[in-house]
Design a protein around this ligand. Sequence first.
Ligand code: ADP
Ligand code: MG
Length: 385
Amino acid sequence: YFAGETFSHAFTSLVAVLIVACPCALGLATPAAIVVGTGKGAQNGILIKGGEHLEKAYKIRTVIFDKTGTLTEGHPSVTDVIPIGDLSENELVSFTASTEKGSEHPLAEAVLVYAKTNKISYKKAKTFETIPGHGVRADVDGRRLLLGNRRLMTKEKVGIQQYEDRLSGLEQDGKTVIILAVDGRPEGFIAIADTFKPSSKEAIKELNKMGVETIMLTGDNQRTAQAIAKQVGINRVISDILPKDKAEIVKELQMEGNFVAMVGDGINDAPALAQSDVGIAIGSGTDVAVETAGMVLMRNDLMDVPTGIKLSQSTMSKIKQNLFWAFFYNVALIPVAASGLLNPVLAAIAMALSSITVVTNSLTLKRFNPRKWKGKLSQQKRKED
Ligand code: ADP
Ligand code: MG
């Protein structure tokens, strides 16, 4: 108008600019992709609790796995019963079962199942106490029973040095050995083995191929943990961890500048799941773990861990494409509209088109297939705040 145009031409241009500048596609860019991505996650058995987890998972370069119940089936069974004192094999099992009766640990379950299938009876303990990360203590028949790992025996000053060779032999086979002491004297070992899930090996291979470091975190001893790690192909083992220290380990790895995901199933994994950048729970795990995690693997299939990371990467690249298109329409058309060359009707059509482009582009994420994923994970470093 000030440049000498008629008022109506100036006004029409103004309206065209207002229409073109409306940023509706910009507002749609992120949520549209997140909605499609979350739905795709559900189709693949991954429950994603909120967009932020999907927006973070692509940065993961370190995945920590809990051992028992996550990498392994979590239903261990007794493989060896070795008396070293005056007890017979059956007496050893009987005492061990009495001690484990009150425990909810998977190792306890293994002992009780073994006693039952071999029809070995056992007495009820008078008192019972769990020592987290160590074992259990009980009073049975007026005898003080102590059952647990090496750490517990050292703590209670039960000498087992002379059996070290036999212990480590069993541990090298990936078995967990629990030691029974009666009235302060070692009486025998029970070796327990857990089978790892068929999907563990495959999932770890896939993660390593994607350039993601895999770590196993466990309260079990170094030798058993190493033996199992070797079988599933995991890079790094952090063993002999007390349940309360799991979250601390996650924090330390984060301090090294890593984006860390924790995969776990147990009550003792919950603090670590909360501390990690993306907590991933096994669907069949404890309620606390499922509640705390940002993603839940409904099929209990560890292959869904790499799938979750891939899905996040695909979703994020969709979001970036969407933002590009949303900006593209505005940046290209605002100058045209301002110079009076764009009819408001055409401007409106262009704006509708930009929204359609963004939504359609988001919907192409429905074609996501973890097996055909061709994305790349770029280097991401944490910034400590
Ligand atoms: P994880 O879940 O990795 O097995 P835990 O902290 O639950 O770690 O257990 C660590 C170790 O403590 C076990 O490997 C075992 O040696 C010992 N332990 C814990 N609870 C028991 C129990 N009820 N009976 C025997 N040993 C136990
Ligand atoms: Mg576990």
